[in-house]
Design a protein around this ligand. Structure first.
Ligand code: HEC
Length: 123
């Protein structure tokens, strides 16, 4: 009985570890970075419609659907413009839902976008 319990504990510990290692696939921002949370939030909330490589997001790749947003690797955004887009649903107020993330989460995503968007734009 005791052996079974120990085996179970060891197994779940091993599973837990591997979940940490492979959980957030594709995010290239370091987990120590203050932008990591923003990258995670972007991956969870925005990746369906936007490409942004540091978040592992390739949403723009599926251009078949009209809801696809701009490829953010190719757009330079400021903190203000990103936050504006989040609060207003893009710049046009159409298609992109408003306030998918709010408050501090919105600011974290906006800061992440401002820092990492536009890397492929050739500034
Ligand atoms: C349902 C699809 C969808 C989701 C989800 C979505 N967007 Fe968008 N987004 C769009 C579309 C479509 C546009 C372009 C139209 C517009 O600007 O109104 C856009 C525009 C933008 C722009 C302006 C880009 C530019 O330079 O024109 C930014 C910045 C942006 N989105 C960020 C985000 C962030 C951050 C999230 C997650 C919190 C997000 N989007 C979630 C569809 C989406």
């Amino acid at each position: 009985m005791r052996a079974v319990l120990i085996t179970t504990l060891v197994l779940s510990a091993a599973l837990g570890l591997s979940a940490c290692g492979f959980g957030e696939q594709g995010i290239s921002v370091s987990e120590d970075s203050p932008d990591y949370r923003g990258a995670e939030l972007f991956a969870a909330n925005c990746a369906g419609c936007h490409t942004l490589t540091p978040a592992g997001a390739e949403g723009t790749g599926n251009r078949g659907t009209r809801v696809q947003g701009p490829n953010l690797d190719q757009r330079v955004e400021t903190f203000e413009s990103a936050l504006y887009a989040i609060e207003n649903g893009g710049y046009s107020g159409a298609i992109m839902p408003q306030n998918i993330v709010v408050g501090d989460d919105a600011r974290q995503v906006a800061r992440f976008v401002a820092r990492y968007a536009g890397k492929a734009a050739g500034e």
